[in-house]
Ligand binder design. Structure first.
Ligand code: AMP
Length: 700
């Protein structure tokens, strides 16, 4: 006789008895399932809802799936054969099993089992619930109609995302009843007999997922979703005669002279399209747009930067664009000005658009605020722009959005929040910018970006900027840009900063403070330094040390209140302080023209970040200097750093070369002496100790 049967009398009342002990053999055989809770509930035996010692629970769980007659017709035999008979006796119907989250089980059972009894009464089915590690299993027996009724009632009860009716198949119950030691406990491979899946798919009540159908529906839905939108206008370019007459050699020479700019058509199919010639003056790009010209003259720029010269004609003819450019190259203006013209030229007029026309997604609040400042500078046709970012005044941002804006500059998290709450209309957007795409991916914004993109019309014009071109960015570009052209400055993998004099010092960790204070003592009155540290606590620590010594300093990192962050930036920009200690929060987007020095107190977590940090100085045609402290812990970065320095035409210190060689040797030795197949010390394991792996204690 099974343990289960021993616990109930013929009226279904529980008989208290000590839990049976499992033998060592049983335990071994139970394997994974022996960890499970395995608590069992059935409406019939509602009094037995209990949490018992593990062994007893496991034993109980083995038997949890035996069918029991509600009205005492239980077969009282023992052994597997009897179990099978028990199942057949269930009105000739197989039981319906499905999963629910453990947290929903209470709702189905109700207080003292009242709910499950009620469910059984009204449906005429018998319900049994087994609690697992994460999900519970509901097993319903009875006629097909009764089963469906009970299932529907349970669905209603657990509505709200807690039920997981994945398979909804009928089980023959045979294997669930198997004994430990005969392989009966592993739910994954023993829940179904070989015939069960077939029976399930033949069953009229089967809920197997038809992916083809779903795909078709999705396509139809997509078509319907965008059906009523008016067509877009994308081409606004009139090539100036002076641009048309440039010969291919002249174009090639110009590109080479201008930061070796390179343009490519990365359309995947068909013939490559002709790449437009660069516009070497503002007039060549914007002659038909006097308001744009007035704005440029007002701000006093002399000529376009290389990225602007080449991006403007590509964007004005209406192509999607990927711009890989080093920091401070004028890429914001490269996408903003064509964006203004694009919005202004749409068939749907501004008043009827019903939402913003341009969206710029950007990774940090600082960058968002800066783009907005740049946007407001050009005040094209009175276009209103707003900045939407986490940490800012949410209500204020919502009110501004509602009041009607043309350009939204947003961080993905906050925009997604407004989108999910129907507080912003993204359907009106026809010009989209994914700014600093590599950084957005690094910061984990991909899911929010993808959700945002779902609501933006697919035939929009899209611009993506990135300082680097890693796999993630390529993937994003491939999925969300249509046949883009690509403009990049310098080499493809990493744009090196060549307007900055870069110096490196190999030091010990404990010497770093001495170096930084020495640097500060030697600062000239016009100098302005941005000191980068790896951790927020170091930023606090270093800036307090400086304050204690009477040095005027500000500190910027992600744990500071938004208002303090803004104040720190303002103080630094307006030169109330000439020293800013910051984490990598400030490595991008911080546009302070007169930073003369970048001081890398801690080496950044990767070489891309190094380029960004260094690019905070030497902006908009000025020169700058960067001092970087390296410790032995940073030796893994030495080789990449050498390559950056070489590409930027900088001196490479001998010590750095030696460091790279030592690391290479160490790596080879480690690989040679590490037995294969042992995780620790292998390629992946050892690297972490160098402290430069992404995400390790480096939060900003
Ligand atoms: P960005 O790379 O977009 O962050 O731009 C860096 C800085 O360069 C910004 O302050 C721009 O206002 C400035 N800038 C943009 N275009 C030009 C230009 N053609 N000439 C001089 N400065 C510019």
């Amino acid at each position: 006789m099974s343990d289960w049967e021993d616990e109930y009398d013929k009226h279904g009342v529980a008989i208290e008895k000590p839990a049976p002990k499992l033998s060592a053999t049983n335990n071994t055989c139970l394997g994974k399932d022996s960890q499970g809770d395995g608590s069992v509930y059935s409406g019939l035996k509602s009094q037995t809802w209990s949490r018992e010692p593990n062994e007893a629970r496991v034993e109980r769980r083995r038997d949890a799936f035996e069918f029991r007659s509600r009205r005492g017709e239980t077969d009282r035999g023992g052994g597997p054969g009897d179990r099978r008979r028990g199942n057949e006796m269930s009105d000739g119907f197989q039981s319906l099993t499905f999963k629910v989250e453990n947290m929903s089980i209470g709702r189905i059972i109700g207080r003292g089992g009242a709910k499950i009894r009620e469910l059984e009464e009204s449906s005429g089915a018998r319900i049994k619930i087994t609690r697992g590690d994460y999900d519970g299993e509901v097993s319903i027996s009875g006629s097909s109609a009764a089963q469906q009724k009970a299932r529907g009632m349970i669905e209603d009860l657990t509505a709200g995302g807690s039920s997981t009716y994945g398979r909804g198949r009928y089980s023959d119950g045979e294997r669930f009843g198997g004994r430990a030691g005969t392989g009966g406990m592993n739910r994954n491979d023993s829940a179904w007999s070989k015939e069960a899946p077939q029976a399930a798919s033949d069953s009229p009540t089967s809920s197997a997922i038809d992916w083809n159908d779903i795909r078709q529906n999705r396509k139809k839905f997509e078509e319907l979703k965008w059906k009523d939108l008016p067509p877009l206008k994308k081409n606004f370019y009139t090539e100036a005669a002076s641009v048309s007459m440039l010969t291919p050699d002249e174009v090639a020479a110009w590109r080479k002279e201008n930061n070796n700019i390179f343009v490519d058509d990365i359309k995947e199919e068909g013939e490559k399209r002709p790449i437009p010639n660069p516009c070497r003056t503002f007039l060549e790009a914007f002659q038909p747009y006097p308001e744009i010209m007035e704005n440029i003259e007002r701000v006093g720029f002399v000529k376009p930067t290389p990225i602007q010269s080449q991006a403007w004609p590509v964007l004005l003819i209406g192509e999607d664009l990927i711009a890989i450019a080093q920091t401070g190259t004028g890429k914001t203006l490269a996408y903003l000005l064509p964006g203004f013209i694009h919005m202004d030229g749409q068939p749907v007029r501004r008043a009827e658009r019903g939402g913003p026309g341009m969206l710029v997604l950007t990774p940090t609040r600082e960058l968002a605020l800066q783009i907005e400042a740049e946007c407001s500078k050009y005040s094209f046709k009175g276009y209103k722009s707003i900045c939407v970012y986490g940490g800012g005044d949410r209500r204020g941002q919502i009110n501004l959005v509602k009041s009607g804006v043309d350009i939204v500059i947003a961080t993905p998290g906050r925009l997604n929040d407004l989108q999910m709450n129907d507080l912003i209309n993204l359907r009106s957007i026809t010009y989209l910018v994914l700014d600093e795409a590599d950084r957005m991916l690094d910061m984990g914004f991909e899911p929010q970006i993808l959700k945002i993109l779902l609501d933006i019309r697919p035939d929009r014009q899209t611009v993506m900027t990135s300082a680097t071109w890693p796999t993630g960015v390529r993937r994003l570009a491939k999925s969300y840009l249509k046949n883009p052209m690509m403009v990049y400055v310098g080499t493809l993998d990493l744009a090196a900063v060549n307007t900055v004099q870069q110096t490196l010092e190999i030091v010990k960790e404990e010497e770093k403070k001495m170096y930084v204070f020495d640097f500060i003592r030697n600062m000239q009155p016009q100098d302005k330094v941005l000191i980068f540290v790896g951790k927020k606590i170091t930023a606090d620590d270093l800036s307090s040390d400086m304050s204690l010594q009477g040095i005027a300093v500000q500190c910027l990192h992600g744990d500071r209140e938004q208002s303090s962050r803004e104040e720190a930036l303002r103080d630094f920009k307006e030169s109330r302080v000439r020293i800013l200690v910051a984490t990598d929060l400030a490595s991008r987007g911080l546009d302070v023209h007169d930073i003369t020095h970048v001081f890398n107190y801690d080496f950044p977590r990767n070489i891309e970040e190094y380029v960004h940090r260094v690019g905070r100085t030497g902006r908009a045609g000025r020169s700058g200097a960067a001092v970087t402290l390296l410790t032995r812990d940073n030796w893994r970065m030495a080789a990449e750093l050498i390559s950056i320095l070489e590409r930027a035409g900088q001196d490479v210190p001998e010590d750095l070369v030696l460091m790279a060689e030592r690391y290479e040797k160490h790596k080879m030795e480690r690989e040679m002496y590490t037995p294969r197949g042992h995780g620790w010390g292998g390629r992946g394991g050892g690297g972490r100790r160098d402290g430069n792996d992404r995400g390790q204690n480096w939060r900003f």
